[in-house]
Design a protein around this ligand. Structure first.
Ligand code: CTP
Ligand code: MG
Length: 234
């Protein structure tokens, strides 16, 4: 069976102190309810673990009732760093789980096609990540004010979620991170540490993350379009 871990235990500091970005109402429902719906609908996913902040459990239970989420799900507490939240999620997956898709709760437009493609690639190679080739010209700056040089864009990819793994691989990778006392910004960096190749899975639709207030109008428009296509807006 395949499990999903939706990490939803961040503080959303870049969005601003007085808003909880995961509960911002966008295109008819909270951001995280869009993300949860994607995994509810994904036929390749059998159970969902939601990693949430202390005190938020009730709000998530209410979402399950309000949006009629029926797929088996469990709520677990997050940690200070994203990698601790992922670790706590891994401790809660079914003992029958073979493939784990790790998803940012703040990334509500992820398509079922992309989830399925990373699950398939992880089954073949052990690890896979949703990614896009970088399209802007990239410059390096030493002081944040002037350009030092142009970086060769042809080799650069920006990675997103889902980040999807065979369970024994992500456990071994995150154990290595913990043993060495490192902090990694994503789960594929943990794989790099143990020499595990990670397949890049290029998405064919935008898959942005809600990070700063300026992201909202674009993501709201994308979600409104997706809801019109699938009829899942309630
Ligand atoms: N996340 C988490 N536990 C943490 C940190 C982050 O579960 N300790 C989750 C967030 O809830 C989010 C995802 O990881 O769904 C991606 O993180 P990011 O976009 O950076 O969200 P935040 O960490 O909440 O935002 P910020 O960095 O602005 O504080
Ligand atoms: Mg963060």
């Amino acid at each position: 069976m395949n499990s999903a871990i939706i990490v939803a235990a961040g503080k959303g500091t870049r969005m601003g102190a007085d808003v909880d970005k995961l509960f911002l109402q966008v295109a008819g429902r909270p951001v995280v309810a869009h993300t949860w719906q994607r995994y509810e609908d994904a036929k390749c996913i059998d159970e969902i673990i939601l990693v949430v902040r202390e005190g938020k459990q009730t709000a998530f239970q209410e979402l399950a009732v309000r949006f009629n989420f029926r797929k088996p799900h469990r709520l677990v507490a997050g940690g200070v760093e994203r990698q601790v939240s992922v670790w706590n999620g891994l401790a809660a997956i079914s003992s029958h789980a073979q493939i784990i898709a790790i998803q940012d709760a703040a990334r509500p437009c992820t398509s079922e096609t992309l989830i399925q493609a990373t699950v398939q690639a992880a089954g073949e190679t052990g690890a896979a990540v949703a990614a896009q080739p970088v399209s802007d010209t990239i410059k390096e700056s030493a002081d944040g004010q002037t350009i030092l040089r142009t970086v060769d864009r042809a080799r650069l990819w920006s990675v997103q979620t889902p980040q999807t793994f065979r369970v024994e691989i992500i456990r071994r990778a995150l154990e290595a991170v913990r043993r060495r006392g490192l902090t990694v910004t994503d789960d594929t960096a943990a794989c790099e540490l143990i020499g595990q190749p990670v397949r890049l899975v290029r998405g064919d639709a935008p898959n942005p993350k809600v990070t700063v207030p300026a992201d909202i109008p674009y993501i709201a428009a994308l979600l409104a379009g997706l809801a019109a296509n699938t009829g899942n807006q309630r």
